[in-house]
Design a protein around this ligand. Structure first.
Ligand SMILES: Cc1ncc(COP(=O)(O)O)c(C=O)c1O
Length: 488
C-alpha cells in the first residue's frame, strides 16, 4: 500500500500543517536568538557554514528534521528587517497578520490566470485593486490594475501600456503584436529624472526601446524633477521628430524619498498628450496617512501608477501594485486562451484576470493585503506610516546636532541620508568601511549610496516599533566604529 503524502490543502491539510508550523515557529525562534542581532556575524563564509549539508541528498531527512534544521539555519543566517538596526533598504518587517494570511494563500495555491483556479482570489484581487484605485484618486469603476511582483514589474508593465498607447497613436500599431514599426526605431523616448529607479531604464531595454531611449530631465535644487526642464526637454524632442512614450515621475525616490512635483508634471504631460507613469513604489504608502497624503497631490492625474506594499505597506514580498486610470489600457495584453479563458466562459460570468499581467500563473498576493487592510483599516495603516516618518525626523534631528555627523537633507518620508565627517582621511573610504565593519560584526545593516559624487549612509526606517533610543544607540555605535576606523 502506498503511504498518503501530506498535503497542505484539503480536509486534512490543517492537521498536516499544525505540527510543521509548530516546528517552523520554534526553529525561527531559536535561529533568531542564536543570530542575536540584525544579521549573522562573519559575512558570507559564516552563512555558508550554516548550510554545509547537501541540499539534494538521495534519501531525504523527513519533513520534521529538514524543516527544523533548515528553518533554524535560515533564520540564523538572515538579515532581519524586524531588528531595529536592520535599516539599509526598503526592506520591510512584515506584519504577523500579513504573514498568517499569506499562509492561507499558499495552502490554497490559487492562481489568478483563470477564474477556475481562483474564484475567491479573482474576487479579492479585484476588491483590493478597486480600493487602491480609490486611494490614489482614480474612479475605481473605470480604473484597473493588478498585484505584481514589485515596483520593477509595475514599472515595466506601466511602461508597456504607455508604449502601446504611443504606438497606437503614432502608427495605429501595437508593439505587443507586431513589434515596433521600423520607422519608429530609435525615436521613442522615456523622460524621467536622474533619481528615477534603475528599473525604468531596464524596462526601456526590455520593451525594445533601448536603454538609450531614456532621457534624463535635470533635477531642481530640491532634488525633484525640474518642471521647466521637463517642458523644454519635451519641446526639444518633439522638434527633432522624436516621440515621447512616457514621462515617469517618482513619488518617493529610493534614496531621498523626495516626490517630484506631480501637478506641474501632469500638466506638462497632458499638454504633450504624453502618458504619465508615477512610480510611487515607495511614496505611495504615504496615501494611507492623513498627514502625508497631500505630498502625493496630483497622482490621480497619472495614466498609470506603481505602488509597492512590501515597502510602506508591511507585507511579505511580493506585494507590488500596478494601477491604470482606464481599464482599456490593458487591452493590448489581453489574451483569449482556449484552455484558460474562452469568450463564452467570460460572457457567462467566469471572468479571469489573465489580461492584467504579463505573468500566467500568479499568486493571490492580494489576499494578505486584503486581510491586512481589514485588520488595520486605512487609519491603522496611516499610523504605521506616521510612526516611521516621525522616527526619520527624530533621527535627522540627532544627526543634525551631532558634531561628527552631517545630514544630507531633511527627510521627506522615512529615509535619513547622512555621513560621518572625519577630521582626517578620506570621508568616502571611511564611511564605506564603517558600513562593512558593522555588517561583518553582525551589528547593523546600514544603507550606502552615492550623492553628488560622494558616499553617504542611509537609514531606511520602516519598523513601526523602533524607538528613538534604539536609533540613537545605532548612530552612537556607528560613530564609535567610524572613530576607530579614522584613528586606525
Ligand atoms: C522608487 C522605486 N521604484 C521601484 C523599485 C523597485 O521595486 P521592487 O524592488 O519591489 O521591484 C524601488 C525599489 O526600491 C524603488 O525604490
Amino acid at each position: 500500500m502506498t503511504t498518503s503524502i501530506q498535503l497542505a490543502g484539503g480536509i486534512s491539510g490543517p492537521e498536516n500543517l499544525r505540527p510543521l508550523l509548530a516546528t517552523a515557529l520554534d526553529a525561527l525562534g531559536k535561529g533568531t536568538v542564536d543570530r542575536g542581532g540584525p544579521l549573522p556575524t562573519g559575512g558570507a563564509d559564516a552563512v555558508g557554514a550554516l548550510f554545509a549539508e547537501d541540499v539534494l541528498p538521495w534519501e531525504g531527512d523527513g519533513a520534521e528534521t529538514a524543516l527544523d534544521g533548515l528553518a533554524k539555519a535560515f533564520a540564523e543566517g538572515a538579515a532581519d528587517p524586524a531588528h531595529p538596526s536592520c535599516v539599509a533598504h526598503l526592506h520591510t518587517p512584515p506584519l504577523a497578520i500579513a504573514v498568517a494570511a499569506d499562509l492561507v494563500a499558499g495552502v490554497l495555491n490559487s492562481s489568478l490566470d483563470s477564474w477556475d483556479q481562483a474564484p475567491s482570489g479573482t474576487h479579492v484581487e479585484s476588491q483590493v485593486i478597486h480600493a487602491l484605485a480609490g486611494l490614489v484618486g482614480y474612479d475605481p469603476e473605470v480604473a484597473s490594475g493588478a498585484v505584481t511582483s514589485g515596483g520593477t514589474e509595475s514599472n515595466l508593465t506601466g511602461l508597456l501600456l504607455a508604449r502601446e498607447h504611443a504606438l497606437s497613436q503614432a502608427a495605429g500599431a501595437h508593439g505587443v503584436e507586431s513589434g515596433i514599426p521600423p520607422e519608429l526605431h530609435g525615436r521613442l523616448r522615456i523622460l524621467c529624472s536622474e533619481a528615477t529607479h534603475f528599473s525604468v531604464a531596464r524596462s526601456a531595454g526590455v520593451l525594445g526601446l533601448g536603454e538609450e531611449a531614456v532621457v534624463q530631465v535635470p533635477l531642481g535644487s530640491d532634488n525633484r524633477m525640474d518642471p521647466q526642464a521637463l517642458r523644454s526637454t519635451l519641446a526639444d524632442l518633439r522638434s527633432r521628430g522624436d516621440i515621447p512614450v512616457a514621462v515617469v515621475a517618482t513619488a518617493g525616490t529610493t534614496d531621498l524619498g523626495v516626490i517630484d512635483p506631480l501637478p506641474e508634471i501632469a500638466e506638462i504631460a497632458a499638454e504633450h498628450s504624453t502618458w504619465l507613469h508615477v512610480d510611487a513604489a515607495y511614496g505611495g504608502g504615504a496615501l494611507f496617512s492623513e498627514r502625508l497624503a497631500p505630498l502625493l497631490t496630483g497622482v490621480d492625474r497619472a495614466d498609470s501608477v506603481a505602488l509597492d506594499l512590501h515597502k510602506l505597506g508591511w507585507q511579505p514580498v511580493a506585494a507590488g501594485i500596478l494601477l491604470a486610470r482606464r481599464a482599456a489600457a490593458f487591452d493590448p495584453i489581453e489574451r483569449r486562451v482556449a484552455y484558460l479563458n474562452t469568450a463564452d466562459d467570460e460572457a457567462a460570468g467566469f471572468q479571469s484576470l489573465l489580461g492584467r499581467s504579463l505573468r500566467t500563473t500568479r499568486r493571490p498576493d492580494a489576499f494578505k493585503i486584503a486581510v491586512t487592510f481589514r485588520a488595520l483599516g486605512r487609519r491603522g495603516m496611516g499610523e504605521l506610516v506616521d510612526r516611521c516618518h516621525e522616527q526619520a525626523r527624530n533621527a535627522a534631528a540627532t544627526v543634525r546636532e551631532h558634531p561628527r555627523l552631517e545630514l544630507y537633507q531633511e527627510p521627506v518620508l522615512t529615509t535619513v541620508i547622512f555621513r560621518y565627517r572625519p577630521e582626517s582621511g578620506d570621508p568616502d573610504a571611511i564611511n564605506a568601511e564603517v558600513r562593512r565593519t558593522l555588517l561583518r560584526g553582525g551589528r547593523a545593516v546600514v544603507g550606502r549610496t552615492e550623492l553628488d559624487g560622494s558616499v553617504w549612509l542611509k537609514l531606511t526606517l520602516l519598523n513601526p516599533n523602533t524607538t528613538e533610543p534604539e536609533i540613537n544607540d545605532l548612530l552612537a555605535e556607528l560613530v564609535t566604529a567610524a572613530v576607530d576606523e579614522e584613528t586606525r
